[in-house]
Ligand binder design. Structure first.
Ligand code: AMP
Length: 307
């Protein structure tokens, strides 16, 4: 039973107050696969790239056990391109350019070998493509998790709402939750969004951690206070990869296990921000990850006696 990951694979151009990346490999599904492959060894990727996408990048992911038979390579077209610039606080950014290129007319084809999908991670991508993948799966996965961003709220809201209506867990950041719900209070925003379909909602708050909502319950996972945040790009996708990777490894979709999964996601995201692009994700070992998860346990562990 596999974890199917859908999302962009891209070239990014990133500018932070500390430097410029120039054109590097990024994309939601790239980060998700690098992150989740630390936990699950049965990942099947669906995406599209142009002839300009480095074969070595695909080979490296393949080397980590990621099945790429659902990744289309359009030799005569250009890969999706995104560029963004971070503000001084490193928590907010402006998108400078989004060139859909191959994504503009992407028609995903779910290979027959992907039909054993137990967990579906819909990374950031055209909502109609996310929907097409859900429809092509003959049996509904046990858990469908979806990530999206403001770009799709502004360009494809109807399609986006239709996908949101089909998923179990939605991941958005705080400003996206506000934009989607029209509510400033995140508690009210969560209530409104959960009425749109998802039973669980995760609101990411960058360096201020993440909230998991379910029915009337809410759980908070902090972000690790880091000495240096170099480039936050991909933190949300890496978080998603850690979250779904942990769920796929344990095969437990309970609320309690989702609490652990958001700690794992937060730990993974804390690595990504330490260097440009996916660089840090390529370096870390299982020991690094275990150590970082322990740091999270220490961060929130306290005894209290009420008298
Ligand atoms: P994050 O920082 O987690 O929000 O994700 C950043 C990644 O999302 C970058 O690597 C981009 O290539 C990718 N990305 C940016 N805009 C879009 C979009 N509209 N659709 C799909 N992927 C995107």
């Amino acid at each position: 039973m596999s974890l199917v990951v859908v999302g962009s694979m891209a070239f990014d151009d990133i500018e932070t107050p500390f430097g410029k990346s120039d054109k590097i490999v990024g994309g939601a599904a790239t980060y998700i696969a690098w992150s989740a492959s630390n936990f699950s060894h049965d990942i099947k990727q669906i995406s599209v790239v142009g002839g300009d996408f480095p074969q070595t990048e695909l080979d490296e992911l393949h080397g980590r056990g990621v099945d790429l038979s659902g990744v289309q390579v359009k030799k005569d077209q250009k890969s999706f391109y995104w560029s963004g610039k971070y503000h001084m606080d490193m928590n907010t950014r402006d998108t400078l350019d989004t060139q859909l290129n191959v994504l503009a007319d992407f028609n995903p084809v779910v290979p027959e070998s992907y039909q054993d999908c137990e967990f579906l991670m819909l990374g950031n991508l055209v909502p109609a493509v996310q929907m097409s993948v859900i429809r092509q799966l003959k049996q509904r996965p046990r858990l469908i998790v979806m990530d999206t961003m403001n770009f799709w709220m502004q360009t494809a809201l109807g399609d986006l709402e239709a996908v949101i209506g089909q998923v179990d867990v939605l991941l958005v950041n705080d400003s996206e939750a506000r934009e989607l719900s029209g509510q400033f209070s995140l508690v009210k925003a969560a209530r409104t969004i959960m009425k749109m379909g998802p039973k669980y909602l995760i609101i990411k708050k960058g360096e201020h951690g993440a909230l998991l909502f379910h029915e009337e319950r809410v759980f908070f996972a902090p972000a690790l206070p880091l000495e240096e945040v170099f480039d936050p790009t991909g933190a949300g996708d890496t978080f998603a990869g850690g979250f779904i990777g942990h769920i796929a490894r344990t095969r437990d979709i309970s609320y309690d296990n989702m609490k652990t999964a958001i700690i794992v996601g937060s730990a993974m995201a804390s690595f990504t921000v330490e260097k440009f692009g996916t660089q840090r994700l390529r370096e870390i070992t299982k020991e690094d990850i275990d150590e970082r998860i322990q740091e999270f346990v220490q961060l929130v562990n306290f005894d209290i006696t009420l008298i």
